[in-house]
Design a protein around this ligand. Structure first.
Ligand code: NAD
Length: 346
Protein backbone atom coordinates (compact mmCIF):
# COMPACT_ATOMS: atom_id res chain seq x y z
CA UNK A 1 0.00 0.00 0.00
CA UNK A 2 1.38 3.42 -0.96
CA UNK A 3 1.23 6.15 1.71
CA UNK A 4 -0.32 9.44 0.58
CA UNK A 5 1.97 12.44 0.07
CA UNK A 6 0.63 14.20 3.14
CA UNK A 7 1.88 11.36 5.34
CA UNK A 8 5.42 11.33 3.94
CA UNK A 9 8.05 13.14 5.97
CA UNK A 10 11.19 14.55 4.32
CA UNK A 11 14.23 12.87 5.86
CA UNK A 12 17.78 14.22 5.51
CA UNK A 13 20.36 11.50 6.07
CA UNK A 14 23.98 12.20 7.00
CA UNK A 15 24.88 11.51 3.37
CA UNK A 16 22.37 14.01 2.04
CA UNK A 17 23.37 16.59 4.67
CA UNK A 18 26.96 16.32 3.46
CA UNK A 19 25.82 16.68 -0.18
CA UNK A 20 23.83 19.79 0.79
CA UNK A 21 26.78 21.32 2.67
CA UNK A 22 29.06 20.76 -0.35
CA UNK A 23 26.39 22.20 -2.66
CA UNK A 24 26.03 25.39 -0.57
CA UNK A 25 29.63 25.61 0.73
CA UNK A 26 30.62 25.29 4.42
CA UNK A 27 31.23 28.97 5.10
CA UNK A 28 28.20 30.09 3.09
CA UNK A 29 25.97 27.65 4.96
CA UNK A 30 27.31 28.77 8.35
CA UNK A 31 26.54 32.38 7.37
CA UNK A 32 23.02 31.48 6.22
CA UNK A 33 22.27 29.53 9.41
CA UNK A 34 23.66 32.44 11.46
CA UNK A 35 21.29 34.82 9.65
CA UNK A 36 18.36 32.56 10.54
CA UNK A 37 19.51 32.34 14.19
CA UNK A 38 19.89 36.12 14.37
CA UNK A 39 16.39 36.63 12.93
CA UNK A 40 14.95 34.18 15.49
CA UNK A 41 16.88 35.71 18.43
CA UNK A 42 15.38 39.05 17.41
CA UNK A 43 11.89 37.60 17.95
CA UNK A 44 12.90 35.83 21.17
CA UNK A 45 9.65 36.59 22.96
CA UNK A 46 7.55 34.65 20.43
CA UNK A 47 9.16 31.33 21.48
CA UNK A 48 8.18 28.77 24.10
CA UNK A 49 11.35 28.32 26.14
CA UNK A 50 12.52 25.73 28.62
CA UNK A 51 15.95 24.49 29.74
CA UNK A 52 16.75 21.29 27.89
CA UNK A 53 15.68 18.03 29.48
CA UNK A 54 18.69 15.89 30.44
CA UNK A 55 19.08 12.24 31.39
CA UNK A 56 22.44 11.98 33.15
CA UNK A 57 24.36 8.74 33.63
CA UNK A 58 27.91 7.94 34.73
CA UNK A 59 28.69 7.55 30.99
CA UNK A 60 27.41 10.91 29.72
CA UNK A 61 24.18 12.75 29.10
CA UNK A 62 21.26 12.41 26.66
CA UNK A 63 19.15 15.53 26.16
CA UNK A 64 15.98 16.70 24.47
CA UNK A 65 15.82 20.32 23.33
CA UNK A 66 12.28 21.45 22.41
CA UNK A 67 10.87 24.83 21.41
CA UNK A 68 8.02 26.32 19.38
CA UNK A 69 7.13 29.68 17.89
CA UNK A 70 3.41 28.84 17.81
CA UNK A 71 3.51 27.82 14.13
CA UNK A 72 6.29 25.27 14.05
CA UNK A 73 7.58 22.98 16.80
CA UNK A 74 11.08 21.52 16.86
CA UNK A 75 13.27 19.37 19.02
CA UNK A 76 16.75 17.96 18.94
CA UNK A 77 17.92 14.73 20.52
CA UNK A 78 21.59 15.09 21.45
CA UNK A 79 24.10 13.22 23.57
CA UNK A 80 27.34 14.25 25.26
CA UNK A 81 29.73 11.38 26.03
CA UNK A 82 33.36 12.60 26.35
CA UNK A 83 34.56 9.01 26.94
CA UNK A 84 33.22 7.96 23.52
CA UNK A 85 36.19 9.05 21.41
CA UNK A 86 38.44 6.51 23.18
CA UNK A 87 36.01 3.84 21.91
CA UNK A 88 35.96 5.16 18.35
CA UNK A 89 32.60 6.88 18.83
CA UNK A 90 31.74 10.56 18.72
CA UNK A 91 31.27 12.71 21.85
CA UNK A 92 28.21 14.42 20.35
CA UNK A 93 25.63 12.96 17.95
CA UNK A 94 22.17 14.31 17.21
CA UNK A 95 19.03 14.20 15.13
CA UNK A 96 16.06 16.53 15.08
CA UNK A 97 12.48 16.99 14.04
CA UNK A 98 10.29 19.87 12.94
CA UNK A 99 6.48 19.71 13.10
CA UNK A 100 3.48 21.79 12.07
CA UNK A 101 1.73 23.10 15.19
CA UNK A 102 -1.65 23.23 13.36
CA UNK A 103 -1.82 19.50 12.54
CA UNK A 104 0.91 18.20 14.84
CA UNK A 105 2.32 16.34 11.83
CA UNK A 106 6.13 16.20 11.49
CA UNK A 107 7.42 18.18 8.50
CA UNK A 108 11.12 17.27 8.67
CA UNK A 109 13.33 14.62 10.23
CA UNK A 110 17.04 15.14 9.88
CA UNK A 111 20.46 14.12 11.07
CA UNK A 112 21.84 16.85 13.31
CA UNK A 113 25.39 15.77 14.15
CA UNK A 114 26.79 17.76 11.20
CA UNK A 115 24.07 20.34 11.63
CA UNK A 116 24.92 20.85 15.32
CA UNK A 117 28.55 21.56 14.45
CA UNK A 118 27.39 24.06 11.81
CA UNK A 119 24.82 25.76 14.05
CA UNK A 120 27.19 25.90 17.04
CA UNK A 121 29.84 27.51 14.85
CA UNK A 122 27.22 29.86 13.38
CA UNK A 123 26.06 30.90 16.87
CA UNK A 124 29.63 31.40 18.13
CA UNK A 125 30.62 33.59 15.19
CA UNK A 126 27.32 35.50 15.26
CA UNK A 127 27.94 36.34 18.92
CA UNK A 128 31.58 37.12 18.05
CA UNK A 129 30.34 39.61 15.44
CA UNK A 130 28.60 41.51 18.25
CA UNK A 131 31.22 41.16 21.01
CA UNK A 132 34.73 40.48 19.65
CA UNK A 133 37.14 43.36 19.06
CA UNK A 134 36.48 44.67 15.54
CA UNK A 135 40.20 44.49 14.73
CA UNK A 136 40.47 40.79 15.66
CA UNK A 137 42.52 38.71 13.23
CA UNK A 138 43.77 35.82 15.40
CA UNK A 139 41.84 33.15 17.27
CA UNK A 140 43.17 30.57 19.72
CA UNK A 141 41.31 27.29 19.26
CA UNK A 142 41.70 25.16 22.38
CA UNK A 143 40.25 21.67 21.91
CA UNK A 144 40.75 20.43 18.36
CA UNK A 145 38.02 17.80 18.19
CA UNK A 146 34.89 17.42 16.06
CA UNK A 147 33.65 21.02 16.43
CA UNK A 148 36.99 22.77 15.92
CA UNK A 149 37.29 23.20 12.13
CA UNK A 150 33.69 24.45 11.93
CA UNK A 151 34.48 27.04 14.61
CA UNK A 152 37.63 28.23 12.82
CA UNK A 153 35.87 28.60 9.46
CA UNK A 154 32.88 30.38 11.03
CA UNK A 155 35.12 33.02 12.63
CA UNK A 156 36.97 33.42 9.33
CA UNK A 157 33.74 33.86 7.38
CA UNK A 158 31.96 36.15 9.84
CA UNK A 159 34.54 37.90 12.04
CA UNK A 160 37.51 38.40 9.70
CA UNK A 161 39.84 35.94 11.44
CA UNK A 162 42.84 35.05 9.24
CA UNK A 163 44.99 33.11 11.74
CA UNK A 164 44.15 30.26 14.12
CA UNK A 165 46.43 28.97 16.86
CA UNK A 166 45.56 25.39 17.76
CA UNK A 167 46.06 23.51 21.02
CA UNK A 168 44.79 20.16 22.27
CA UNK A 169 46.11 17.84 25.00
CA UNK A 170 46.15 15.21 22.24
CA UNK A 171 48.67 16.26 19.57
CA UNK A 172 46.92 13.95 17.06
CA UNK A 173 43.76 16.07 17.33
CA UNK A 174 45.76 19.22 16.59
CA UNK A 175 47.44 17.55 13.61
CA UNK A 176 44.04 16.43 12.29
CA UNK A 177 42.59 19.93 12.65
CA UNK A 178 45.61 21.57 11.01
CA UNK A 179 45.46 19.11 8.08
CA UNK A 180 41.71 19.69 7.60
CA UNK A 181 42.19 23.48 7.55
CA UNK A 182 44.94 23.33 4.92
CA UNK A 183 44.00 25.33 1.84
CA UNK A 184 40.98 26.89 3.55
CA UNK A 185 42.42 30.42 3.59
CA UNK A 186 43.63 30.47 7.19
CA UNK A 187 47.15 30.67 8.59
CA UNK A 188 47.28 27.73 10.99
CA UNK A 189 49.73 27.54 13.90
CA UNK A 190 49.77 24.28 15.89
CA UNK A 191 50.90 25.02 19.47
CA UNK A 192 52.37 22.87 22.24
CA UNK A 193 50.83 24.66 25.24
CA UNK A 194 47.62 26.63 25.84
CA UNK A 195 49.78 29.64 26.81
CA UNK A 196 51.44 29.51 23.41
CA UNK A 197 48.05 29.18 21.66
CA UNK A 198 46.58 32.32 23.20
CA UNK A 199 49.69 34.41 22.44
CA UNK A 200 48.52 37.38 20.36
CA UNK A 201 44.94 36.06 20.02
CA UNK A 202 42.08 38.54 20.32
CA UNK A 203 39.53 35.72 20.38
CA UNK A 204 39.90 32.56 22.49
CA UNK A 205 37.62 29.61 21.80
CA UNK A 206 37.58 26.79 24.33
CA UNK A 207 35.94 23.64 22.99
CA UNK A 208 37.20 20.75 25.07
CA UNK A 209 35.31 17.74 26.34
CA UNK A 210 35.82 16.28 29.78
CA UNK A 211 33.15 15.42 32.31
CA UNK A 212 34.66 17.46 35.14
CA UNK A 213 35.40 20.97 36.38
CA UNK A 214 38.42 21.49 34.15
CA UNK A 215 40.59 24.60 34.07
CA UNK A 216 41.51 25.15 30.45
CA UNK A 217 42.24 28.83 31.04
CA UNK A 218 43.50 30.36 34.28
CA UNK A 219 43.09 34.01 35.15
CA UNK A 220 46.70 35.06 34.47
CA UNK A 221 46.45 33.74 30.88
CA UNK A 222 43.73 36.17 29.83
CA UNK A 223 44.72 39.74 28.97
CA UNK A 224 42.43 42.76 28.61
CA UNK A 225 40.26 43.25 25.53
CA UNK A 226 39.87 39.62 24.45
CA UNK A 227 36.64 37.85 23.57
CA UNK A 228 36.27 34.34 25.02
CA UNK A 229 33.97 31.93 23.22
CA UNK A 230 33.55 29.14 25.79
CA UNK A 231 31.54 26.32 24.28
CA UNK A 232 32.85 23.13 25.91
CA UNK A 233 31.38 23.64 29.39
CA UNK A 234 27.77 22.70 28.79
CA UNK A 235 26.69 20.31 31.53
CA UNK A 236 26.40 20.28 35.32
CA UNK A 237 29.86 19.52 36.68
CA UNK A 238 31.56 20.23 33.31
CA UNK A 239 33.25 23.62 32.96
CA UNK A 240 36.42 25.01 31.39
CA UNK A 241 37.31 28.36 32.95
CA UNK A 242 38.75 29.39 36.29
CA UNK A 243 36.16 31.31 38.33
CA UNK A 244 38.42 34.39 38.52
CA UNK A 245 38.13 34.84 34.73
CA UNK A 246 34.35 34.99 35.08
CA UNK A 247 34.66 37.69 37.71
CA UNK A 248 36.82 39.84 35.38
CA UNK A 249 34.54 39.38 32.35
CA UNK A 250 31.26 40.76 31.12
CA UNK A 251 29.25 37.58 30.67
CA UNK A 252 26.80 36.94 27.82
CA UNK A 253 24.50 33.92 27.62
CA UNK A 254 21.79 32.39 25.44
CA UNK A 255 19.05 31.52 27.97
CA UNK A 256 20.03 32.17 31.62
CA UNK A 257 17.64 29.55 33.03
CA UNK A 258 19.59 26.85 31.16
CA UNK A 259 23.06 28.41 31.39
CA UNK A 260 22.92 28.72 35.18
CA UNK A 261 22.49 24.92 35.31
CA UNK A 262 24.98 23.99 32.58
CA UNK A 263 27.37 26.83 31.78
CA UNK A 264 30.54 28.32 33.24
CA UNK A 265 28.34 30.45 35.53
CA UNK A 266 27.56 27.33 37.58
CA UNK A 267 30.58 28.58 39.53
CA UNK A 268 28.82 31.88 40.41
CA UNK A 269 25.90 32.87 42.61
CA UNK A 270 22.43 32.18 41.16
CA UNK A 271 21.65 35.88 40.72
CA UNK A 272 25.04 36.90 39.28
CA UNK A 273 24.28 39.43 36.52
CA UNK A 274 24.56 38.18 32.93
CA UNK A 275 23.40 39.67 29.64
CA UNK A 276 21.18 37.75 27.22
CA UNK A 277 22.36 37.77 23.60
CA UNK A 278 18.87 38.36 22.19
CA UNK A 279 18.81 41.66 24.09
CA UNK A 280 22.14 42.68 22.57
CA UNK A 281 20.89 41.72 19.09
CA UNK A 282 17.70 43.75 19.49
CA UNK A 283 19.60 46.76 20.91
CA UNK A 284 17.99 46.50 24.36
CA UNK A 285 21.31 45.71 26.05
CA UNK A 286 24.87 46.77 25.39
CA UNK A 287 27.51 44.39 24.05
CA UNK A 288 31.21 45.26 24.39
CA UNK A 289 31.52 48.75 25.87
CA UNK A 290 35.28 49.33 25.75
CA UNK A 291 38.46 48.05 24.18
CA UNK A 292 39.91 46.66 27.40
CA UNK A 293 36.80 44.79 28.48
CA UNK A 294 36.92 40.98 28.49
CA UNK A 295 33.74 39.65 26.92
CA UNK A 296 32.77 36.05 27.62
CA UNK A 297 30.17 34.09 25.67
CA UNK A 298 29.19 31.29 28.06
CA UNK A 299 27.69 29.08 25.36
CA UNK A 300 25.78 25.90 26.15
CA UNK A 301 23.65 25.59 22.99
CA UNK A 302 19.97 26.48 23.12
CA UNK A 303 16.89 24.96 21.45
CA UNK A 304 16.09 28.08 19.37
CA UNK A 305 19.45 27.69 17.55
CA UNK A 306 18.43 24.16 16.56
CA UNK A 307 14.96 25.34 15.57
CA UNK A 308 16.58 27.97 13.30
CA UNK A 309 18.85 25.32 11.79
CA UNK A 310 15.93 22.93 11.24
CA UNK A 311 13.88 25.60 9.47
CA UNK A 312 16.91 26.53 7.38
CA UNK A 313 17.29 22.89 6.27
CA UNK A 314 13.58 22.54 5.55
CA UNK A 315 13.65 25.45 3.12
CA UNK A 316 17.09 24.54 1.69
CA UNK A 317 15.94 21.06 0.58
CA UNK A 318 12.72 22.21 -1.07
CA UNK A 319 12.76 21.36 -4.78
CA UNK A 320 16.04 19.39 -4.42
CA UNK A 321 16.91 15.72 -4.13
CA UNK A 322 18.82 16.19 -0.87
CA UNK A 323 16.22 14.17 1.05
CA UNK A 324 14.14 11.01 1.00
CA UNK A 325 10.41 10.82 1.68
CA UNK A 326 9.93 8.74 4.83
CA UNK A 327 6.85 6.61 5.45
CA UNK A 328 6.64 7.32 9.19
CA UNK A 329 2.99 8.34 9.72
CA UNK A 330 0.12 5.89 9.46
CA UNK A 331 -2.59 7.40 7.23
CA UNK A 332 -5.78 5.31 7.05
CA UNK A 333 -8.28 6.52 4.39
CA UNK A 334 -10.79 6.89 7.22
CA UNK A 335 -8.78 8.59 10.00
CA UNK A 336 -10.59 6.52 12.63
CA UNK A 337 -10.00 3.20 10.90
CA UNK A 338 -6.41 2.57 11.99
CA UNK A 339 -7.22 -1.05 12.84
CA UNK A 340 -8.87 -1.61 9.45
CA UNK A 341 -5.74 -0.29 7.77
CA UNK A 342 -3.66 -2.79 9.74
CA UNK A 343 -5.98 -5.70 8.82
CA UNK A 344 -6.04 -4.82 5.12
CA UNK A 345 -2.22 -4.77 5.13
CA UNK A 346 -2.28 -8.41 6.34
P1 NAD B 1 35.53 16.04 20.84
O1 NAD B 1 35.58 14.97 21.89
O2 NAD B 1 35.51 15.65 19.41
O3 NAD B 1 36.79 17.02 21.05
C1 NAD B 1 37.19 17.51 22.30
C2 NAD B 1 38.70 17.72 22.29
O4 NAD B 1 39.08 18.34 23.53
C3 NAD B 1 39.49 16.42 22.19
O5 NAD B 1 40.35 16.46 21.05
C4 NAD B 1 40.30 16.37 23.50
O6 NAD B 1 41.58 15.79 23.35
C5 NAD B 1 40.36 17.85 23.84
N1 NAD B 1 40.66 18.14 25.26
C6 NAD B 1 40.15 17.53 26.37
N2 NAD B 1 40.66 18.12 27.48
C7 NAD B 1 41.48 19.11 27.05
C8 NAD B 1 42.27 20.09 27.71
N3 NAD B 1 42.35 20.13 29.04
N4 NAD B 1 42.97 20.99 26.96
C9 NAD B 1 42.91 20.94 25.60
N5 NAD B 1 42.19 20.03 24.91
C10 NAD B 1 41.47 19.14 25.64
O7 NAD B 1 34.27 16.95 21.21
P2 NAD B 1 33.51 18.03 20.30
O8 NAD B 1 32.40 17.41 19.57
O9 NAD B 1 34.53 18.84 19.55
O10 NAD B 1 32.87 18.91 21.46
C11 NAD B 1 33.68 19.66 22.34
C12 NAD B 1 32.85 20.17 23.48
O11 NAD B 1 31.90 21.12 23.01
C13 NAD B 1 32.03 19.09 24.19
O12 NAD B 1 32.16 19.28 25.57
C14 NAD B 1 30.62 19.32 23.73
O13 NAD B 1 29.68 18.92 24.69
C15 NAD B 1 30.62 20.82 23.54
N6 NAD B 1 29.64 21.33 22.60
C16 NAD B 1 29.02 22.49 22.92
C17 NAD B 1 28.08 23.02 22.05
C18 NAD B 1 27.43 24.33 22.38
O14 NAD B 1 26.46 24.72 21.72
N7 NAD B 1 27.89 25.05 23.34
C19 NAD B 1 27.76 22.36 20.86
C20 NAD B 1 28.45 21.18 20.54
C21 NAD B 1 29.39 20.68 21.42
Amino acid sequence: MQPSDKALVPFVSVDNMMRLVHHVGVEQMIKQIAAQIEADFKRWESFDKTPRIPAHSPHGVIELMPTSDGEAYGFKYVNGHPKNTSEGLQTVTAFGLLADVYTGYPTLLTEMTMLTALRTAATSALVGKYLAPKSATTMAMIGNGAQSEFQCLAFKAMCGIDTVRLYDTDANATAKCAANLKGKGLTVAPCKTPEDAIEGAQIITTCTADKKYATILTDNMVGPGVHINAIGGDCPGKTELHRDILLRSKIFVEYPEQTRIEGEIQALEDDYPVTEMWEVMTGQAKGRTDDRQITLFDSVGFAIEDFSALRYIKSAIEGTDFYEALDMLADPDDPRDLFGMLMRAG
